[in-house]
Design a protein. Structure first.
Length: 131
């Protein structure tokens, strides 16, 4: 458990103890106060991550790389995410295409899926960047 988790755990214990002492009539106020503390912790964590990301992008740009891009075809995460989304969407698209138009509908669905993936991969190629 990290330091932040321990802090929140202590805050929750204190909130629950206070609720026992004050009774149920103060429950809404106690919950609101605890949630505000949690929100501040989350906001702080997001701010730290955003600052770190901005610093990493600045370092990449200073080294001559393009910010936000990991080489010609994007970062591994971007490519992997796009592939996963394509495969997940391929399932219902295949079912709909095959259900309405049989084998031709299935072929058209997969042609569209392949076309979108090819367009995604080729967008970073030199002949695509000139346009």
């Amino acid at each position: 458990m990290t330091g932040h988790d321990r802090d929140l755990e202590k805050e929750l214990d204190a909130t629950l103890q206070t609720r026992k002492e004050l009774g149920a009539e103060y429950e809404a106020e106690l919950v609101d106060a605890f949630l505000e503390k949690v929100e501040r912790k989350v906001d702080d964590a997001v701010d730290r991550r955003m600052r770190r990301l901005a610093a990493e992008q600045q370092m990449s740009a200073a080294r001559g790389g393009s910010p936000g891009r990991g080489g010609e075809f994007g970062t591994f995460g971007e490519r992997f995410g796009f592939a996963i989304v394509s495969l997940v969407l391929a399932i219902p698209l295949s079912a709909i295409g095959a259900g309405y138009a049989g084998l031709l509908g299935l072929v058209v669905s997969w042609a569209g899926i392949v076309g979108v993936n090819v367009a995604h991969v080729t967008r970073g190629l030199p002949w695509q960047r000139e346009r």
